[in-house]
Design a protein around this ligand. Structure first.
Ligand SMILES: [Zn+2]
Length: 205
C-alpha cells in the first residue's frame, strides 16, 4: 500500500496489528476516525488508555475486574465452594449468559500449549491450587475447550488437584471436539454444565 501520509501509514499499521484486521479494513477504520470530531476521537483513545491503566485482575479468581475483588467473587449469593475453571474472561461471560451456574470462577489466563511456549507457570494455576488447599471447596468444574490444549491442561490440573480429595468434574462434551467454549450456544453450554461428569469418567480408557 502506498500512503500519501506517514501519519496515515502509522495509524493503519497500528490497526492492522489487531486480530482479524487486514490492511484494507485498517485503512477504512482509520479514515472513519479521521472524519470524526476531534473530541470523539479523543474519547475513543482515552477509553483505551483508561482500560489499560486501570483494569485489574481479581486477586481471588484472576478475572478482569474494575476492583481488586471482582463482582462475582464479591457477590454474597454466589456459592464460593463451587469453582468453575475457565481459560479466559470470554468463557466467564459465555457461562454467565447461560444463567445456569451460581458458583464462582477461576480464570487461568490461557491453556497449556507447548507449541506456543505456554507452560503451567505462565498460567494462574498456583492460585487455583491455593484455593483448593484452603479446604472449603466442594467441587471443581474444569470447563475448558475441547481442544488438544484444553485436554493437556485438564490432565495437568487433575494431577495438581487430585490429592485434595475434591470432586473434579468436566463439562459434558456436547461441545464438539475442537469446539471453543465462547462459540457454543447458550443452551448447549448451560446444559453441558448441568450434565457435567467426573473427570475420571471423561477420559477414554
Ligand atoms: Zn473474582
Amino acid at each position: 500500500m502506498n500512503f500519501s501520509s506517514k501519519l496515515l501509514e502509522d495509524a493503519v499499521h497500528e490497526f492492522s496489528k489487531l486480530p482479524g484486521v487486514g490492511q484494507k479494513t485498517a485503512l477504512r477504520l482509520v479514515l472513519h476516525l479521521l472524519n470524526k470530531e476531534q473530541e470523539e476521537v479523543m474519547h475513543f483513545s482515552n477509553t483505551l488508555i483508561k482500560l489499560k491503566q486501570q483494569i485489574k485482575h481479581c486477586t481471588v479468581c484472576n478475572n478482569i475486574s474494575d476492583h481488586t475483588i471482582c463482582s462475582i467473587c464479591a457477590a454474597p449469593k454466589r456459592d464460593k465452594e463451587l469453582i468453575c475453571v475457565v481459560e479466559d474472561t470470554r468463557d466467564v461471560m459465555a457461562i454467565e449468559n447461560t444463567n445456569q451456574f451460581f458458583g464462582v470462577y477461576h480464570v487461568l489466563g490461557g491453556l497449556i500449549s507447548p507449541m506456543d511456549g505456554i507452560g503451567p507457570s505462565d498460567l494462574f494455576i498456583d492460585g487455583l491450587v491455593e484455593r483448593a488447599a484452603k479446604g472449603s471447596v466442594k467441587e471443581i468444574i474444569l470447563a475448558l475447550s475441547a481442544t488438544m490444549e484444553g485436554d493437556t491442561t485438564l490432565f495437568y490440573l487433575h494431577k495438581r488437584l487430585k490429592d485434595f480429595q475434591i470432586p473434579i468434574s468436566t463439562i459434558a462434551r456436547g461441545i464438539a471436539f475442537g469446539g471453543e467454549l465462547e462459540y457454543a450456544d447458550e443452551v448447549t453450554l448451560g446444559r453441558s454444565i448441568i450434565t457435567r461428569v467426573p473427570y475420571e469418567n471423561s477420559i477414554l480408557k
